[in-house]
Design a protein around this ligand. Sequence first.
Ligand SMILES: [Zn+2]
Length: 312
Amino acid sequence: MTDYSNKVRELFDGQFREWKLALDNYKQLDGVMVRSVAFPGYEISVQFNPGRIISSAAKVDSKSIEARPCFLCSNNRPPEQRGIPFGDGYILLINPFPIFRRHLTVVNLAHTAQRIEGNLGTMLELARALPDYVLFYNGPQCGASAPDHLHFQAGNRGFLPIERDLDNMDLCIRIAESEGTELWLWRGYGRGIMTLKGRRSEELERVFKRFYDRFALWQHDRPEPMLNILAYHTDDQWTVHVIPRKVHRPACYFAEGTERILLSPASVDLGGVFITPREEDFRKITAGEIQTILGEVCLDEEELANLTKEIL
Ligand SMILES: [Zn+2]
C-alpha cells in the first residue's frame, strides 16, 4: 500500500498557493479560541470556529438536500480545488472549512448515498495510506452535511483527546480478543464507545458487520443505524472507534433564546473536541451541558455492553 503522506503535503502546499479562501481559512485556525473542560480522568476541548456554521446548522432533511446542488460532485466544486485520486473510486481533497490544521475530505467519484455498509474496508485502507491522519465517518443522520454523497474526512493526528485517552486503563477496558482482533469498551467516559483493534482488515470488517447488523435491528426504520467512526493506523495495527448514536442533534440545539446551544455533534465532537460556531456558546457551555449533550446523542455504557455482548 502506497503512503500518500508526501502527495498530500504537496496538495496542501499547492492549494495554499492557488486558493486564497482555503489559505485564509487555515490561517484563521492559528487564532482560533479553545478552552478545556475537565471531567474525572479526561478533558473535552471546546473550539470556537465560526467557519463551521454552515456544517453545524446544515439542513439535512431530504427536501433541502434535493433542492441544493451537491457540493461534493465534481461539477459543483470550486474551480480552484484540486485532488489526488485514491483507489479506483475516490479523490482526496483539502477541506476548505477546516477544524484540523490538516483536514481532508475523501469523496467518492459517484454521487451515491452516504453508507458505511461495505465501505469500512476503504476507510481502513485510507487510514493505512494516511498514517499521520485520523479518518472519520459521519453517518447520513449523524453529522454528514452531504448525506447523499459518499465521503470520509481525515484530520491530522494528535488533535483529538480520544487518541491519548485510549491509553488510560481506567477509561478504556479490554473486553475480549479473538483471532487477533480486540474489543475494548469505555467506562466513565460520558459516552458509549466500542473500540476495535487489529492487524487484519477483513477481521475488523467482519466484527464491525456483526455489530452493524445487531444495531440495525434497534434502528430498523433508518437508512442505516446511526453512527460515527474514527479510525487510524499505527505500528501496523488499526484502531477503530465506533460511536453508535441515538439522535442527531441534542435538545439544546432546538431550544430558544439563552437556552440554545448551536452544537451538532459528529465524529470530532465525540472524539473530544466540541465545535461551537457561535462565540456565545463557546463562552457559556458548561461541563454539565456537555454531559447532557453526550448522554442524549450517544448510547450509555450499559446499552453498548448489551449490544456488543459476545460479538467476538
Ligand atoms: Zn454529489
